[in-house]
Design a protein around this ligand. Structure first.
Ligand code: HEC
Length: 200
């Protein structure tokens, strides 16, 4: 086989390989160019865990959240029903804060508002005021973010009387223990405790 012949045999195969390599590179790159940010109104609507309606998600997430609250033993400090009450001398209220009033603190006591908010949490993993159609949406979002942050990072209990010794019990951090999805589910259970009854 002379030099010339070899070239004609080898070249097409090489070209084919190059084309294949180019395709392997280009096709995923095109895939990445698609918008990744999923808007809250994306279709079909479903949550990270697969529920397809706000009511179904509210029930399922609250049940998972209650279970997580027990497993993490939040109740040792905040009470089994999140009613608070464990003594913490020289903390602002002298007892550990209740969590069963979270719906009030987040302005989500109306079932319609609660469902709108948790539906966004279920579908996007967080709350954004821009897309949240409830009264006082920016305040709701701020309170929600503060709540998430204190669970992730914990908090040193403030003193009622600055001259006295610090309160012995602080809020632990859960960053290494709980995922964001789990924290959201606990929050949804705590919110559900203070939401008006479902008329339907
Ligand atoms: C060792 C006791 C302890 C445990 C366990 C505990 N907490 Fe706390 N938590 C506290 C204390 C004390 C505070 C008040 C901290 C402060 O005054 O800044 C607090 C504050 C909070 C707050 C902020 C409340 C507010 O009104 O600002 C949230 C939300 C919360 N805890 C949720 C949880 C959740 C959810 C769990 C379980 C995953 C949990 N806590 C486990 C002691 C605890």
């Amino acid at each position: 086989m002379n030099r010339r012949e070899r070239r004609t045999v080898v070249m097409p195969e090489e070209r084919f390989r190059m084309l294949l390599a180019a395709l392997l590179f280009i096709v995923p790159a095109l895939g990445c160019a698609q918008p990744v940010r999923r808007k809250p109104e994306s279709k079909p609507p479903y949550t990270a865990a697969g529920e397809t309606t706000p009511k179904a998600y509210a029930r399922a997430a609250a049940a998972r959240g209650e279970e997580l609250y027990r497993r993490a033993q939040c109740g040792v400090c905040h009470g089994d029903k999140a009613e608070g009450g464990r003594r913490n001398p020289n903390s602002v209220q002298d007892t550990i804060v209740a969590q069963d009033n979270m719906a009030e603190r987040l302005f989500l006591t109306y079932r319609e508002d609660f469902e709108a908010a948790i539906w966004m949490i279920g579908r996007t993993g967080t709350l954004e005021a821009e897309y949240l159609d409830v009264p006082r949406a920016p305040a709701v979002v701020e309170q929600y973010r503060n709540t998430v942050k204190i669970i992730l990072d914990g908090s040193t209990t403030g003193k009622k009387d600055a001259a006295r010794r610090r309160a012995p019990i602080n809020m632990p951090y859960w960053r290494d223990e709980l995922s964001m999805q789990e924290i959201n589910e606990i929050i949804i259970w705590l919110l559900s405790l203070g939401v008006e009854e479902d008329g339907a």
